[in-house]
Design a binder for this molecule. Structure first.
Ligand code: FAD
Length: 389
């Protein structure tokens, strides 16, 4: 088999890149090691920046999002028993879209199938070869046979645990990492959200986030120790703990109901540099991870796709490699800004084991400054809605 671009991974970055390339007339094949149903069962991000929304429209996968997504012009910071709204729209003129990653993925898959794009699910042993040459290829196992796809470029869109980054010689990579000493215990439940906008709560008992996927489906999180067991958290125990961390008005009005998803996610910041090795490009979580506090993971994957798509389009349409040559630097510049923002939100909102009462007071003073200074609120809002590409 031969194609222009082999895309390893059919998460949001692989599927979005695939759709943009197909619409630009650039052949591509997507490979994933798991099944379509497994991918559609994953519950992850839910807040889309305007840049991501724009890319989904460009990819022709935005019809349902534009109909069902919830535009949010603000969110709340809750601390010291009170709620403080950050007016994203008023401060920046921009807003975010609440629409689940699972839905984004389903829409992109549907678009790909409708356009005849080829995706090979349950491809075992996917391996990129010769990406230090202009004739790379990828092999994979399926139905007891090893297959080979020759290509011009390989896009490594296979997440943090994927094969692409691991295939790069170690001495060619520099990695940066911070692991946080806690996780997020999250539930998904078909109950109306406690507020029509997101609430990020700083409380002496730990961080909490009230998010949603729709007007009838809530996504709630509480900070917990990383070694906590999901089985030890009944729904009642979860809701009791969540209520304790919220201002009274929300705790009292919260509607509860059985969860149908409950999991603990560890929190880390990670960046691998550079993001290009010859004809192999790392995209999204394959190159970087951020803690979900700033809602940046999926959005960073989308901005990487934007830079890579522009480079590939220029390569094929204009016979110029300027965009591909600039890919790693352009993507990393934006990545580091989002890594900084996600780190700062994480530091400001969570209880750290060694912070003590002093640490709590410092966080509250920082939050108080943030919500009373227009300049500080604007800086927060600018980062939250997403820095320009
Ligand atoms: C539990 C959890 C909760 C999260 N919550 C949030 C949130 O609230 N907000 C936010 O912004 N972000 C969140 N994120 C991050 C966000 O989901 C990711 O940034 C986003 O999924 C990145 O997309 P991606 O396409 O780069 O990688 P992924 O979504 O990880 O997709 C990678 C794909 O590659 C495939 N793959 C992996 N290895 C191989 C291989 N060897 N061969 C072939 N295919 C392979 C995988 O099966 C997968 O389909 C969360 C992540 C996790 C794990």
């Amino acid at each position: 088999m031969r194609t222009h671009v082999v895309i390893i991974g059919s998460g949001p970055s692989g599927l979005l890149l695939g759709q943009l390339l197909t619409r630009a007339g650039i052949d591509n094949i997507v490979l994933d090691r798991v099944s379509k149903d497994y991918i559609l069962g994953r519950v992850r991000a839910g807040v889309l920046e305007e840049g991501t929304v724009g890319l989904l429209r460009e990819a022709g996968a935005a019809e349902r999002m534009d109909r069902e997504g919830l535009p949010h012009g603000g969110f709340s910071l809750a601390f010291d028993g009170r709620d403080h709204r950050i007016d994203l729209l008023g401060l920046t003129g921009h807003q975010v879209m609440v629409y689940g990653q699972t839905e984004v993925t389903a829409d992109l898959m549907e678009g790909r199938e409708a356009g005849g794009g080829q995706t090979i699910y349950e491809a075992g042993n996917v391996t990129p070869y010769d990406f230090d040459t202009a004739s790379p290829y990828v092999t994979y196992d399926k139905d007891g046979t090893t297959h080979r796809i020759d290509c011009d470029f390989i896009a490594g869109c296979d997440g943090y645990h994927g094969v692409s980054r691991r295939s790069v010689p170690q001495q060619a990579l520099t990695t940066f990492e911070r692991v946080y000493p806690f996780g997020w215990l999250g539930i998904l439940a078909d109950v109306p959200p406690v507020s029509h906008e997101l609430i990020y709560a700083n409380h002496p008992r730990g961080f909490a986030l009230c998010s949603m996927r729709s007007q009838t489906r809530s996504r709630y999180y509480i900070q917990c120790p990383v070694d906590e067991k999901v089985e030890d958290w009944s729904d009642d125990r979860f809701y009791d703990e969540l209520r304790r961390r919220l201002p009274a008005e929300h705790a009292e009005s919260m509607v509860t109901g059985p969860s149908f998803e409950k999991s603990i996610a560890p929190l880390r910041s990670f960046v691998a540099e550079p993001m290009r090795f010859g004809s192999l490009f790392l995209v999204g979580d394959a190159a970087h991870i951020v803690p979900p506090t700033g809602a940046k993971g999926l959005n960073l994957a989308a901005s990487d796709v934007h830079y890579l798509f522009e480079g590939l389009r220029e390569h094929y349409a204009e016979k110029s490699d300027a965009g591909l040559d600039a890919y790693s630097d352009r993507a990393l510049k934006r990545v580091w800004r989002a890594v900084r923002f996600s780190w700062s939100m994480t530091m400001m909102m969570h209880r750290f084991p060694d912070a003590g009462a002093f640490g709590q007071k410092i966080q509250e003073a920082e939050l108080d400054y943030l919500v009373t200074s227009r300049a500080a609120s604007t800086a927060l809002a600018e980062n939250y809605i997403g820095l320009p590409y």
